[in-house]
Design a protein around this ligand. Structure first.
Ligand SMILES: Cc1ncc(COP(=O)(O)O)c(C=O)c1O
Length: 451
Protein backbone atom coordinates (compact mmCIF):
# COMPACT_ATOMS: atom_id res chain seq x y z
CA UNK A 1 0.00 0.00 0.00
CA UNK A 2 1.53 3.28 -1.18
CA UNK A 3 0.30 5.25 1.84
CA UNK A 4 2.41 3.13 4.23
CA UNK A 5 5.37 2.58 1.89
CA UNK A 6 8.82 4.07 2.17
CA UNK A 7 10.57 6.05 -0.58
CA UNK A 8 12.04 3.93 -3.40
CA UNK A 9 13.77 5.07 -6.54
CA UNK A 10 13.76 2.33 -9.17
CA UNK A 11 14.82 4.23 -12.26
CA UNK A 12 18.50 4.62 -13.04
CA UNK A 13 18.15 8.38 -13.21
CA UNK A 14 15.67 10.97 -12.01
CA UNK A 15 13.61 12.10 -13.75
CA UNK A 16 12.87 8.62 -15.12
CA UNK A 17 12.16 8.11 -18.84
CA UNK A 18 8.40 8.78 -18.75
CA UNK A 19 8.77 11.77 -16.44
CA UNK A 20 11.49 13.17 -18.69
CA UNK A 21 9.17 13.04 -21.67
CA UNK A 22 6.37 14.83 -19.82
CA UNK A 23 8.74 17.48 -18.44
CA UNK A 24 9.88 18.12 -22.01
CA UNK A 25 6.26 18.68 -23.06
CA UNK A 26 5.81 20.93 -20.03
CA UNK A 27 8.66 23.18 -21.14
CA UNK A 28 7.06 23.49 -24.60
CA UNK A 29 3.67 24.77 -23.45
CA UNK A 30 4.01 26.14 -19.94
CA UNK A 31 5.63 29.50 -19.15
CA UNK A 32 9.09 29.23 -17.60
CA UNK A 33 7.82 31.69 -14.97
CA UNK A 34 5.97 28.79 -13.34
CA UNK A 35 9.25 27.28 -12.29
CA UNK A 36 9.91 23.80 -10.95
CA UNK A 37 13.24 22.28 -9.96
CA UNK A 38 11.95 18.83 -9.05
CA UNK A 39 12.37 15.71 -11.20
CA UNK A 40 8.96 14.26 -10.28
CA UNK A 41 5.80 13.77 -12.33
CA UNK A 42 3.04 12.39 -10.14
CA UNK A 43 0.81 9.46 -11.12
CA UNK A 44 -1.06 8.87 -7.86
CA UNK A 45 -0.80 9.80 -4.19
CA UNK A 46 -1.76 8.25 -0.86
CA UNK A 47 -1.10 9.62 2.62
CA UNK A 48 2.27 11.34 2.64
CA UNK A 49 3.51 9.44 -0.41
CA UNK A 50 3.18 9.72 -4.16
CA UNK A 51 4.19 7.45 -7.01
CA UNK A 52 5.59 9.02 -10.14
CA UNK A 53 4.88 7.96 -13.71
CA UNK A 54 7.95 5.68 -13.68
CA UNK A 55 7.04 3.80 -10.51
CA UNK A 56 9.31 5.70 -8.11
CA UNK A 57 7.90 6.37 -4.63
CA UNK A 58 8.45 9.81 -3.07
CA UNK A 59 7.89 10.86 0.51
CA UNK A 60 6.39 14.34 0.29
CA UNK A 61 7.34 16.86 2.98
CA UNK A 62 5.97 19.74 0.93
CA UNK A 63 2.39 18.53 0.53
CA UNK A 64 1.54 21.03 -2.19
CA UNK A 65 3.07 23.71 0.09
CA UNK A 66 0.77 23.05 3.00
CA UNK A 67 -2.31 21.93 1.05
CA UNK A 68 -2.20 18.26 2.01
CA UNK A 69 -2.35 18.26 5.80
CA UNK A 70 -4.66 15.23 5.63
CA UNK A 71 -2.59 13.62 2.89
CA UNK A 72 -3.16 12.69 -0.73
CA UNK A 73 -6.52 11.31 -1.85
CA UNK A 74 -7.99 10.66 1.59
CA UNK A 75 -10.57 7.97 0.66
CA UNK A 76 -13.48 9.52 2.60
CA UNK A 77 -12.87 12.90 0.98
CA UNK A 78 -12.74 11.19 -2.42
CA UNK A 79 -16.12 9.57 -1.68
CA UNK A 80 -17.63 12.88 -0.52
CA UNK A 81 -16.52 14.64 -3.71
CA UNK A 82 -17.82 11.77 -5.86
CA UNK A 83 -21.19 11.85 -4.10
CA UNK A 84 -21.43 15.61 -4.68
CA UNK A 85 -20.39 15.18 -8.32
CA UNK A 86 -23.32 12.81 -8.81
CA UNK A 87 -25.73 15.60 -7.72
CA UNK A 88 -24.29 18.82 -9.17
CA UNK A 89 -20.88 20.47 -9.56
CA UNK A 90 -21.68 24.11 -9.22
CA UNK A 91 -24.33 26.45 -7.95
CA UNK A 92 -23.32 30.08 -7.82
CA UNK A 93 -24.38 31.36 -4.45
CA UNK A 94 -25.81 34.65 -5.83
CA UNK A 95 -28.16 32.67 -8.05
CA UNK A 96 -28.96 29.35 -6.44
CA UNK A 97 -28.16 28.59 -2.83
CA UNK A 98 -26.47 25.30 -2.08
CA UNK A 99 -26.40 23.94 1.42
CA UNK A 100 -22.78 22.76 1.32
CA UNK A 101 -21.60 26.38 1.17
CA UNK A 102 -23.65 27.24 4.25
CA UNK A 103 -22.46 24.16 6.10
CA UNK A 104 -18.81 25.10 5.43
CA UNK A 105 -19.44 28.66 6.70
CA UNK A 106 -21.15 27.31 9.83
CA UNK A 107 -18.23 25.00 10.49
CA UNK A 108 -15.57 27.60 9.77
CA UNK A 109 -17.29 30.16 12.00
CA UNK A 110 -17.40 27.64 14.83
CA UNK A 111 -13.70 26.68 14.66
CA UNK A 112 -11.89 29.96 13.92
CA UNK A 113 -10.57 32.00 16.87
CA UNK A 114 -11.96 35.26 15.48
CA UNK A 115 -13.35 37.98 17.78
CA UNK A 116 -17.09 38.34 18.12
CA UNK A 117 -20.09 36.46 19.47
CA UNK A 118 -21.70 35.98 16.10
CA UNK A 119 -19.46 35.34 13.13
CA UNK A 120 -19.98 35.18 9.39
CA UNK A 121 -17.82 33.70 6.63
CA UNK A 122 -17.66 33.57 2.87
CA UNK A 123 -15.72 31.48 0.41
CA UNK A 124 -13.49 32.02 -2.61
CA UNK A 125 -10.83 29.98 -4.38
CA UNK A 126 -7.25 30.69 -3.29
CA UNK A 127 -5.04 32.15 -0.59
CA UNK A 128 -4.54 35.36 -2.54
CA UNK A 129 -8.30 35.77 -2.93
CA UNK A 130 -8.77 35.16 0.77
CA UNK A 131 -6.36 38.00 1.54
CA UNK A 132 -7.77 40.35 -1.10
CA UNK A 133 -11.19 39.82 0.43
CA UNK A 134 -9.99 40.15 4.02
CA UNK A 135 -8.54 43.56 3.12
CA UNK A 136 -11.77 44.55 1.35
CA UNK A 137 -13.76 43.66 4.45
CA UNK A 138 -11.39 45.69 6.64
CA UNK A 139 -11.65 48.69 4.29
CA UNK A 140 -15.43 48.36 4.06
CA UNK A 141 -15.81 48.28 7.84
CA UNK A 142 -13.33 51.00 8.77
CA UNK A 143 -13.98 53.17 5.69
CA UNK A 144 -10.20 53.64 5.49
CA UNK A 145 -7.93 53.10 2.48
CA UNK A 146 -4.58 51.84 3.72
CA UNK A 147 -3.02 48.72 5.16
CA UNK A 148 0.22 47.76 6.88
CA UNK A 149 2.10 44.54 6.15
CA UNK A 150 5.52 43.20 7.16
CA UNK A 151 8.96 42.36 5.87
CA UNK A 152 9.16 38.71 4.85
CA UNK A 153 5.41 38.53 4.28
CA UNK A 154 3.88 36.40 1.55
CA UNK A 155 0.22 37.02 0.79
CA UNK A 156 -0.17 35.98 -2.87
CA UNK A 157 0.40 37.04 -6.45
CA UNK A 158 -2.59 39.20 -7.46
CA UNK A 159 -1.86 42.93 -7.80
CA UNK A 160 -2.84 43.75 -4.21
CA UNK A 161 -1.35 40.64 -2.64
CA UNK A 162 1.82 40.87 -4.77
CA UNK A 163 2.16 44.39 -3.36
CA UNK A 164 1.58 43.05 0.14
CA UNK A 165 4.17 40.31 -0.44
CA UNK A 166 7.60 41.50 0.65
CA UNK A 167 9.90 39.72 -1.77
CA UNK A 168 9.72 41.73 -4.97
CA UNK A 169 11.22 38.87 -6.97
CA UNK A 170 7.55 37.84 -7.15
CA UNK A 171 6.76 41.17 -8.81
CA UNK A 172 9.64 41.67 -11.24
CA UNK A 173 8.46 43.93 -14.04
CA UNK A 174 4.89 43.90 -12.76
CA UNK A 175 4.59 47.47 -11.50
CA UNK A 176 3.15 49.81 -10.58
CA UNK A 177 2.21 48.23 -7.27
CA UNK A 178 -1.14 48.87 -5.58
CA UNK A 179 -1.55 52.04 -3.55
CA UNK A 180 -2.01 52.26 0.18
CA UNK A 181 0.27 49.42 1.28
CA UNK A 182 2.89 50.24 3.93
CA UNK A 183 5.49 47.92 5.43
CA UNK A 184 7.03 47.53 8.90
CA UNK A 185 9.65 45.04 10.05
CA UNK A 186 8.57 41.56 11.12
CA UNK A 187 10.33 40.27 14.28
CA UNK A 188 12.78 37.87 12.66
CA UNK A 189 14.53 37.37 15.98
CA UNK A 190 17.36 35.21 14.62
CA UNK A 191 18.39 38.23 12.55
CA UNK A 192 17.64 40.96 15.09
CA UNK A 193 20.33 43.67 15.37
CA UNK A 194 23.55 42.10 16.71
CA UNK A 195 23.87 42.13 20.49
CA UNK A 196 20.33 43.32 21.14
CA UNK A 197 18.58 41.38 23.95
CA UNK A 198 15.29 39.73 22.96
CA UNK A 199 13.16 41.95 25.25
CA UNK A 200 14.57 45.05 23.58
CA UNK A 201 14.14 43.47 20.17
CA UNK A 202 10.36 43.29 20.59
CA UNK A 203 10.28 47.04 21.31
CA UNK A 204 12.56 47.60 18.35
CA UNK A 205 10.12 45.86 16.01
CA UNK A 206 7.11 47.62 17.53
CA UNK A 207 8.88 50.92 16.99
CA UNK A 208 9.37 49.97 13.36
CA UNK A 209 5.56 49.77 13.12
CA UNK A 210 5.10 53.06 14.96
CA UNK A 211 7.51 54.69 12.51
CA UNK A 212 5.10 53.79 9.73
CA UNK A 213 2.49 55.87 11.56
CA UNK A 214 4.78 58.89 11.70
CA UNK A 215 6.56 58.55 8.37
CA UNK A 216 4.15 56.57 6.19
CA UNK A 217 0.51 56.88 7.10
CA UNK A 218 -1.25 58.16 10.22
CA UNK A 219 -3.07 55.39 12.13
CA UNK A 220 -6.54 56.90 11.65
CA UNK A 221 -6.23 56.16 7.94
CA UNK A 222 -5.17 52.53 8.38
CA UNK A 223 -7.85 49.89 7.77
CA UNK A 224 -5.82 46.79 8.64
CA UNK A 225 -2.57 45.36 9.88
CA UNK A 226 -2.11 42.02 8.14
CA UNK A 227 0.07 39.43 9.82
CA UNK A 228 1.00 35.78 9.34
CA UNK A 229 1.05 34.06 12.77
CA UNK A 230 4.01 32.08 11.52
CA UNK A 231 5.57 33.40 8.36
CA UNK A 232 5.71 30.72 5.68
CA UNK A 233 7.55 31.84 2.54
CA UNK A 234 9.38 34.39 4.72
CA UNK A 235 11.29 31.54 6.40
CA UNK A 236 9.02 29.77 8.91
CA UNK A 237 9.27 32.46 11.55
CA UNK A 238 6.74 32.40 14.41
CA UNK A 239 5.45 35.80 15.51
CA UNK A 240 6.56 36.26 19.16
CA UNK A 241 3.61 36.50 21.53
CA UNK A 242 4.71 39.80 23.12
CA UNK A 243 4.83 41.35 19.67
CA UNK A 244 1.40 39.95 18.80
CA UNK A 245 -0.01 41.40 22.02
CA UNK A 246 1.41 44.78 21.08
CA UNK A 247 -0.06 44.56 17.58
CA UNK A 248 -3.47 43.74 19.07
CA UNK A 249 -3.22 46.73 21.39
CA UNK A 250 -2.22 49.10 18.59
CA UNK A 251 -5.17 47.85 16.51
CA UNK A 252 -7.53 48.44 19.44
CA UNK A 253 -6.09 51.87 20.21
CA UNK A 254 -6.60 53.11 16.67
CA UNK A 255 -9.63 51.14 15.46
CA UNK A 256 -7.51 49.14 13.01
CA UNK A 257 -8.56 45.63 11.96
CA UNK A 258 -6.12 42.90 12.95
CA UNK A 259 -6.15 40.53 9.97
CA UNK A 260 -4.41 37.18 10.23
CA UNK A 261 -3.32 35.31 7.15
CA UNK A 262 -3.70 31.65 8.11
CA UNK A 263 -3.47 30.43 4.54
CA UNK A 264 -0.43 28.24 5.26
CA UNK A 265 -0.60 27.97 9.06
CA UNK A 266 -4.25 26.90 9.31
CA UNK A 267 -5.92 23.49 9.54
CA UNK A 268 -3.83 21.69 12.17
CA UNK A 269 -0.44 22.61 10.76
CA UNK A 270 0.92 24.20 13.95
CA UNK A 271 -0.54 21.81 16.54
CA UNK A 272 -3.87 23.68 16.76
CA UNK A 273 -6.64 23.96 14.20
CA UNK A 274 -5.42 27.57 13.63
CA UNK A 275 -2.07 29.04 14.63
CA UNK A 276 -3.75 32.09 16.18
CA UNK A 277 -5.30 29.75 18.79
CA UNK A 278 -1.82 29.75 20.33
CA UNK A 279 -2.56 33.37 21.34
CA UNK A 280 -5.63 32.47 23.38
CA UNK A 281 -3.89 32.53 26.78
CA UNK A 282 -2.54 35.97 25.95
CA UNK A 283 -6.09 37.12 25.26
CA UNK A 284 -5.45 37.90 21.59
CA UNK A 285 -7.96 37.19 18.85
CA UNK A 286 -7.87 38.58 15.30
CA UNK A 287 -10.74 40.60 13.82
CA UNK A 288 -10.56 38.96 10.42
CA UNK A 289 -9.03 35.62 9.44
CA UNK A 290 -8.19 34.39 5.95
CA UNK A 291 -7.43 30.74 5.26
CA UNK A 292 -7.09 28.37 2.31
CA UNK A 293 -4.59 25.62 1.34
CA UNK A 294 -5.48 22.55 3.47
CA UNK A 295 -9.14 23.54 3.94
CA UNK A 296 -10.39 21.14 1.26
CA UNK A 297 -7.51 18.65 0.90
CA UNK A 298 -6.47 19.99 -2.49
CA UNK A 299 -9.77 21.09 -4.04
CA UNK A 300 -9.47 24.88 -4.51
CA UNK A 301 -11.24 26.79 -1.73
CA UNK A 302 -10.57 29.57 0.74
CA UNK A 303 -12.51 31.23 3.53
CA UNK A 304 -12.70 34.68 5.08
CA UNK A 305 -14.14 34.99 8.60
CA UNK A 306 -15.09 38.00 10.76
CA UNK A 307 -17.76 39.06 13.19
CA UNK A 308 -21.23 39.54 11.69
CA UNK A 309 -20.95 43.25 12.47
CA UNK A 310 -17.75 43.61 10.43
CA UNK A 311 -18.92 41.36 7.59
CA UNK A 312 -22.28 43.03 7.18
CA UNK A 313 -20.80 46.51 7.01
CA UNK A 314 -19.48 45.80 3.52
CA UNK A 315 -21.55 47.14 0.60
CA UNK A 316 -23.51 44.63 -1.51
CA UNK A 317 -21.74 43.37 -4.60
CA UNK A 318 -18.21 44.23 -3.42
CA UNK A 319 -17.31 40.63 -2.60
CA UNK A 320 -18.14 37.31 -4.24
CA UNK A 321 -17.27 35.57 -7.51
CA UNK A 322 -18.36 32.85 -9.91
CA UNK A 323 -16.54 29.84 -8.52
CA UNK A 324 -16.28 30.81 -4.84
CA UNK A 325 -17.67 28.05 -2.64
CA UNK A 326 -17.91 25.56 -5.48
CA UNK A 327 -20.02 22.57 -4.45
CA UNK A 328 -17.27 19.97 -5.01
CA UNK A 329 -14.84 22.05 -2.94
CA UNK A 330 -17.40 22.49 -0.15
CA UNK A 331 -18.06 18.73 -0.03
CA UNK A 332 -14.30 18.16 0.23
CA UNK A 333 -13.91 20.80 2.95
CA UNK A 334 -16.69 19.47 5.13
CA UNK A 335 -15.28 15.96 5.08
CA UNK A 336 -11.70 17.20 5.49
CA UNK A 337 -12.49 19.21 8.62
CA UNK A 338 -14.57 16.35 10.04
CA UNK A 339 -11.59 14.01 9.61
CA UNK A 340 -9.14 16.51 11.10
CA UNK A 341 -11.28 16.75 14.24
CA UNK A 342 -12.12 13.06 14.45
CA UNK A 343 -8.53 11.88 13.93
CA UNK A 344 -7.05 14.58 16.19
CA UNK A 345 -4.69 15.84 13.50
CA UNK A 346 -3.79 18.95 15.49
CA UNK A 347 -2.46 16.73 18.30
CA UNK A 348 -0.67 14.56 15.74
CA UNK A 349 0.90 17.70 14.30
CA UNK A 350 2.25 18.62 17.75
CA UNK A 351 3.61 15.08 18.18
CA UNK A 352 5.31 15.02 14.77
CA UNK A 353 6.62 18.52 15.38
CA UNK A 354 8.20 17.48 18.69
CA UNK A 355 10.07 14.62 16.98
CA UNK A 356 11.29 16.79 14.12
CA UNK A 357 12.21 19.70 16.38
CA UNK A 358 14.26 17.42 18.68
CA UNK A 359 16.15 15.95 15.72
CA UNK A 360 16.75 19.31 14.06
CA UNK A 361 18.08 20.69 17.34
CA UNK A 362 20.52 17.77 17.56
CA UNK A 363 21.68 18.65 14.05
CA UNK A 364 22.03 22.28 15.06
CA UNK A 365 24.45 21.19 17.79
CA UNK A 366 26.31 18.93 15.37
CA UNK A 367 26.56 21.00 12.19
CA UNK A 368 28.06 24.47 11.91
CA UNK A 369 25.88 25.20 8.88
CA UNK A 370 22.60 25.01 10.81
CA UNK A 371 22.04 28.42 12.33
CA UNK A 372 18.47 28.27 13.59
CA UNK A 373 15.62 25.82 14.17
CA UNK A 374 12.16 27.25 14.81
CA UNK A 375 8.48 26.61 14.38
CA UNK A 376 5.23 25.58 15.96
CA UNK A 377 3.81 22.05 15.88
CA UNK A 378 4.37 20.50 12.45
CA UNK A 379 5.49 23.75 10.78
CA UNK A 380 9.24 23.89 11.25
CA UNK A 381 12.08 25.72 9.54
CA UNK A 382 15.76 24.85 9.41
CA UNK A 383 17.94 27.85 8.58
CA UNK A 384 21.32 27.23 6.91
CA UNK A 385 24.27 29.59 7.26
CA UNK A 386 27.95 29.63 6.29
CA UNK A 387 28.81 29.55 10.01
CA UNK A 388 27.02 30.29 13.24
CA UNK A 389 28.98 33.46 13.88
CA UNK A 390 28.56 35.23 10.55
CA UNK A 391 25.02 33.88 9.94
CA UNK A 392 25.67 34.39 6.25
CA UNK A 393 22.87 32.71 4.29
CA UNK A 394 23.88 29.84 1.97
CA UNK A 395 21.01 29.41 -0.51
CA UNK A 396 23.15 27.46 -2.99
CA UNK A 397 23.81 24.74 -0.42
CA UNK A 398 20.12 24.61 0.49
CA UNK A 399 19.21 24.15 -3.16
CA UNK A 400 21.76 21.35 -3.42
CA UNK A 401 20.28 19.65 -0.33
CA UNK A 402 16.76 19.92 -1.77
CA UNK A 403 17.89 18.31 -5.04
CA UNK A 404 19.94 15.63 -3.29
CA UNK A 405 16.98 14.71 -1.04
CA UNK A 406 14.68 14.49 -4.09
CA UNK A 407 17.13 12.12 -5.80
CA UNK A 408 16.68 9.86 -2.79
CA UNK A 409 12.91 10.07 -2.74
CA UNK A 410 12.30 12.88 -0.23
CA UNK A 411 10.60 16.06 -1.36
CA UNK A 412 11.49 19.14 0.69
CA UNK A 413 11.28 22.81 -0.24
CA UNK A 414 13.26 25.91 0.55
CA UNK A 415 11.84 29.17 1.91
CA UNK A 416 13.00 32.43 3.39
CA UNK A 417 13.97 35.89 2.25
CA UNK A 418 17.43 34.50 1.48
CA UNK A 419 16.24 31.11 0.20
CA UNK A 420 18.29 29.42 2.95
CA UNK A 421 15.55 27.72 5.00
CA UNK A 422 14.21 24.20 4.54
CA UNK A 423 10.59 23.89 5.53
CA UNK A 424 8.86 20.94 7.12
CA UNK A 425 5.28 20.65 5.87
CA UNK A 426 4.74 16.88 5.72
CA UNK A 427 1.16 15.62 5.58
CA UNK A 428 0.09 14.98 9.18
CA UNK A 429 -0.90 11.41 8.30
CA UNK A 430 2.76 10.50 7.81
CA UNK A 431 3.67 7.25 9.60
CA UNK A 432 6.39 7.18 12.28
CA UNK A 433 8.50 4.96 10.02
CA UNK A 434 8.19 7.39 7.11
CA UNK A 435 9.08 10.30 9.39
CA UNK A 436 12.21 8.48 10.55
CA UNK A 437 13.15 7.60 6.97
CA UNK A 438 12.67 11.20 5.86
CA UNK A 439 14.92 12.45 8.65
CA UNK A 440 17.58 9.92 7.65
CA UNK A 441 17.45 10.98 3.99
CA UNK A 442 17.55 14.67 4.88
CA UNK A 443 20.50 14.30 7.24
CA UNK A 444 22.41 12.28 4.63
CA UNK A 445 21.70 15.01 2.06
CA UNK A 446 22.95 17.70 4.44
CA UNK A 447 26.14 15.71 5.13
CA UNK A 448 26.75 15.10 1.43
CA UNK A 449 26.28 18.78 0.55
CA UNK A 450 28.61 19.91 3.33
CA UNK A 451 31.48 17.97 1.73
C1 LIG B 1 0.64 32.82 4.07
C2 LIG B 1 0.19 32.74 2.64
N1 LIG B 1 -0.73 33.60 2.20
C3 LIG B 1 -1.18 33.57 0.93
C4 LIG B 1 -0.69 32.65 0.02
C5 LIG B 1 -1.19 32.64 -1.39
O1 LIG B 1 -2.01 31.54 -1.59
P1 LIG B 1 -2.40 31.11 -3.08
O2 LIG B 1 -1.14 30.63 -3.73
O3 LIG B 1 -3.42 30.02 -2.88
O4 LIG B 1 -2.98 32.30 -3.75
C6 LIG B 1 0.27 31.72 0.44
C7 LIG B 1 0.83 30.73 -0.50
O5 LIG B 1 1.85 30.14 -0.29
C8 LIG B 1 0.72 31.77 1.78
O6 LIG B 1 1.64 30.92 2.24
Amino acid sequence: MLGKALPRIITETLPGPKAKEILKRRSQVMPNAIGCMYPAVIKRGEGAMFEDVDGNYFLDWIGGVGVLNIGYSQPEVVEAVKAQADCFFHGMQNIVTHEGYIAVCEKICSITPVRGEKKKAFLANSGAEANENAVKIAKGFTKRDNIIVFSGAFHGRTLLTMTMTANKAYATGMGPMANGVYRAQFPYLYRKPAGMPEEDAIDYYINSLKEVFTEGIAPQYVAAIVVEPLQGEGGFIPAPIEWIKAIRKICDDYGIMMVVDEVQSGFCRTGKMFASEHWKDAGVQPDILSTAKSIAAGVPLCAIVASAEIMDSVPAGTVGGTFGGNALACAAALKTIEIMERDHLAERSAEIGATVMARYNEWKEKYECIGDVRGLGGMIGLEFVKDKKSKEPIPAMVKAIVLEAAQNGLMVENAGTYGNVIRFLAPLVITDEQLEEGLTILEAAIQKCME
